[in-house]
Ligand binder design. Structure first.
Ligand code: MN
Length: 285
């Protein structure tokens, strides 16, 4: 099943070029009261929600997909986890380009660990990217995103997929510079997630997905998730060895070679096998 979000609080099932508005199924979610439990309620209650969706989807209103400004399908993750330099060819290009490395030797993910992006940076493709610091280099980073389903801590590699609800795609937008990654990658709109959430039953092997990113029609990044240094299961194991994971937590798995700047007026297109395609407009903030 492919779930999307639009118009703030509308939940849709994507079927080809159209969307079934199944927002009525959200009535299975418990009423929120303070303090809300950490995590995303849609993902935390996915089994009950999908059962209700299956009951109503046949009669649900149909909307053309093309007319909807899609938002991040995960509305309230407790955290957005980033994996730095998790493809060898990206490490190589970073070390070859002073405008990426700023004089530092770029090592591997085992050296840096993971980082967090501010939740306030989350947007969907329909909202676009609002660039800040346009006198500096603002780069795209195309990434597979794993969505945690069942929370946990110290999750062993062998159990990692029991804790994944599904997948989506992400743009880990980055202003280059000397500040910590977390700061540079947390600008509003610098975490583009979408276009929809795909339940894990649709993706047999997340570590074997072709993906591509184009800017204004020109291919910039093209790789396969088999080139990940820490694969999806290792990232779940590694992240949960430091922090408890909650339903809806996002793990942005890292980007391959080909990172490059974007400017206001550019249009980014990203495609990934098993997930789909999203188009994201870039503007000045
Ligand atoms: Mn990244």
């Amino acid at each position: 099943m492919r779930l999307c979000r639009f118009e703030g609080d509308r939940l849709g099932v994507v079927e080809g070029d159209s969307v079934r508005d199944v927002s009525a199924a959200l009535d299975v979610l418990p009423a929120a009261s303070w303090p809300v439990p950490p995590g995303d309620a849609v993902i935390a209650h996915l089994p009950a929600l999908t059962a209700r969706i299956e009951e109503i989807v046949g009669g649900a209103p149909v909307r053309p997909l093309a007319g909807l400004a899609l938002m991040s399908p995960i509305a309230n993750p407790s955290k957005v986890i980033g994996a730095p330099v998790n493809y060898q060819k990206h490490i190589d290009e970073a070390n070859a380009d002073r405008n990426i490395n700023f004089g530092a030797e770029i090592k591997g993910i085992d050296h840096y660990g993971l980082f967090l992006k501010a939740n306030s940076a989350l947007v969907g493709p329909g909202e676009g990217i609002a660039l800040r610091f346009t006198d500096r280099r603002n780069d795209h980073e195309a990434e597979l995103v794993a969505v945690i389903g069942k929370g946990g801590t110290n999750i062993p590699r062998a159990a990692a997929f029991d804790h994944i609800a599904g997948y989506t795609m992400g743009l880990d937008m980055t202003v280059r510079g000397t500040e910590d990654r977390s700061f540079r990658k947390s600008i509003d709109s610098y975490a583009v997630i979408g276009p929809w959430f795909v339940t894990k039953d649709e993706i047999a092997d997340p570590d074997a997905l072709d993906f591509e990113l184009r800017v204004n029609g020109v291919v910039r990044q093209s790789s396969n998730t088999r080139n990940l240094i820490y694969d999806v299961a290792r990232l779940v194991e590694y992240a949960s060895s430091f922090y408890t994971l909650y339903p809806g937590d996002l793990i942005m798995t890292g980007t391959p070679e080909g990172v490059a700047p974007v400017a206001a007026g550019d249009v980014i297109e990203m495609t990934m096998e098993g997930i789909g395609e999203m188009t994201v407009a870039v503007r000045a903030a």
